[in-house]
Design a protein around this ligand. Structure first.
Ligand SMILES: [Zn+2]
Length: 370
C-alpha cells in the first residue's frame, strides 16, 4: 500500500489512452491546468433498474437517469471501467473527473430504457450479470441481447452464477461446511460464471461485483491471487492505492438518485488511507474492534474537518495528527452497515476525500440477509 501512496504523491503524469466519450471540452481541460494528483481518481456509479415499474430501492426513473447522464456529459468524463482500472493499476493517469458507469443484475430494462440514452452520449458502461439467469429469468436480458450490446460500447462482467450470498455457509447432512469446502463451492460458482461469459462473448475481464456487496478479506485476497478485481457496494472514489479486491462504488438509484447529493459524490476524491485497523468487514461476536482507526496521507486533506458517519449518524472521533479514531457501535445491525468518513481537500475547493468501511453481520440463523 505505502509504495502506491508514494506513487500517488509523485503525481505520475503519464497519459493513457482511456476510451473517452466524445466530450471535447472536458478532454481538452485535462491537458492544461488540472493538478496531476487529481488525475489518479475514479468515481464508479452503480445502478440496477432503470424503470418506474421495478422496486424503488434499486430503481431510477428513465427521466432521472437522463438527467444524470446530461449532468455527466456537461461536467465529467465518462470512461470505460476496464480501461480505467487497467490505467490506475499501471500507475497511469486518468482524465480529471473520470466517472465509470456500472449496472448490476442484467435486467432487460437496461436495454430498453438506459441503453438508448447511453448510446446518445456514446458513454461506455459495464453490466455485471448472473449468467445462469440470462435467457431464463423474467426481466433478464437474453444472450442474444447481451451479444448485441457487447457490439455497442457495453462490457459484461461477473456477478456470480446465481446471485448467492457469498458469505453464507451451507450445511451438508446437518453439518456446516468447512472453510475449505465453502471456498471451493463459491470459487466454482464464480469461475463457472466467468467461463459462461467467455463462452458467449469471447472475453474474460475477471471483474467480479460481489452480490449485495458482501465479501470477506480471506475471499477478497483469494480472488486477487486468482486474478480477479472485486467491486463492492460501499461508497467512495478509487485511486491507484485502493484495495482492488474490493473497490467502492456509489449507488446512484433509489434514495441516492437525487442529483444534488450525487454531485458531491461525483466530485469526491479517494481518501489515501495508509493504515486501517479493521482486518475484515465481517463482524464477529468476540474480539471485534470497538474503534475504527485510520491513518491517512494528510498532505492535501484537511484532517481537522474530517467527519465520520455510521449509518448516516455523525460519530464522535479523536484526531491525532494524521490518525483518526472513531467509535464503532457496541452492537452492529444484522446485514450490511457502513462507516463513511469525509474530509475536504485543501487545494480543490468543494471537493471531499471519501472513505467507506463496510460491515457485514450474520443474523441469528448465521445467514446474511438480503
Ligand atoms: Zn446484484
Amino acid at each position: 500500500m505505502s509504495s502506491r501512496i508514494v506513487l500517488l504523491l509523485l503525481f505520475c503524469v503519464c497519459c493513457v489512452n482511456v476510451a473517452l466519450a466524445k466530450q471535447p471540452d472536458v478532454a481538452a481541460k485535462t491537458e492544461t491546468s488540472i493538478p496531476t494528483g487529481m488525475l489518479d481518481n475514479l468515481v464508479i456509479l452503480q445502478y440496477h433498474n432503470v424503470s418506474t415499474k421495478t422496486p424503488a430501492s434499486t430503481s431510477i426513473a428513465p427521466e432521472k437517469f437522463a438527467e444524470h447522464l446530461a449532468y455527466l456529459y456537461r461536467h465529467y468524463t465518462v470512461v470505460d471501467l476496464f480501461d480505467a482500472i487497467k490505467a490506475l493499476r499501471a500507475g497511469n493517469s486518468l482524465p480529471d473527473k473520470a466517472v465509470a458507469i456500472t449496472f448490476d443484475d442484467g435486467f432487460d430494462n437496461i436495454l430498453l430504457n438506459a441503453h438508448p440514452l447511453l448510446q446518445k452520449y456514446n458513454f461506455p458502461y459495464t453490466i455485471f450479470i448472473n449468467p445462469q439467469r440470462i435467457d431464463k429469468d423474467r426481466n433478464q436480458l437474453t444472450w442474444y441481447e447481451v451479444k448485441q450490446m457487447a457490439q455497442e460500447n457495453v462490457r459484461f462482467a461477473n456477478h456470480t452464477l446465481d446471485h448467492l450470498h457469498l458469505l453464507n455457509r451451507e450445511y451438508r447432512n446437518g453439518e456446516k461446511e468447512s472453510d475449505a469446502q465453502w471456498l471451493t463451492r463459491i470459487m466454482y460458482n464464480i469461475d463457472q460464471a466467468e467461463k459462461l461469459i467467455e463462452t458467449q462473448l469471447g472475453y474474460s475481464l475477471q471483474f467480479l461485483a460481489y452480490p449485495y456487496g458482501e465479501f470477506d478479506t480471506f475471499l477478497a485476497q483469494h480472488l486477487e491471487q486468482q486474478g480477479y478485481i472485486g467491486f463492492a457496494q460501499h461508497s467512495g472514489a478509487v485511486f491507484s492505492g485502493s484495495n482492488f479486491s474490493a473497490l467502492p462504488r456509489f449507488p446512484a438509484a433509489g434514495r441516492y438518485a437525487n442529483i444534488n447529493t450525487l454531485k458531491v459524490k461525483l466530485n469526491s476524491l479517494a481518501m489515501p488511507v495508509l493504515d486501517n485497523n479493521i482486518q475484515s468487514p465481517v463482524v464477529s461476536e468476540e474480539g471485534f474492534p470497538s474503534t475504527l482507526k485510520l491513518t491517512v496521507a494528510a498532505a492535501d486533506l484537511n484532517m481537522n474537518a474530517m467527519n465520520c458517519f455510521f449509518q448516516g449518524h455523525l460519530q464522535d472521533k479523536k484526531i491525532i495528527e494524521n490518525l483518526v479514531e472513531v467509535s464503532l457501535p457496541e452492537s452492529f445491525p444484522f446485514g450490511r452497515s457502513r462507516m463513511n468518513c469525509t474530509a475536504p481537500s485543501k487545494t480543490q475547493k468543494g471537493r471531499f476525500y471519501w472513505f467507506s468501511q463496510p460491515f457485514f453481520k450474520a443474523n441469528e440463523n448465521q445467514l446474511f440477509p438480503d
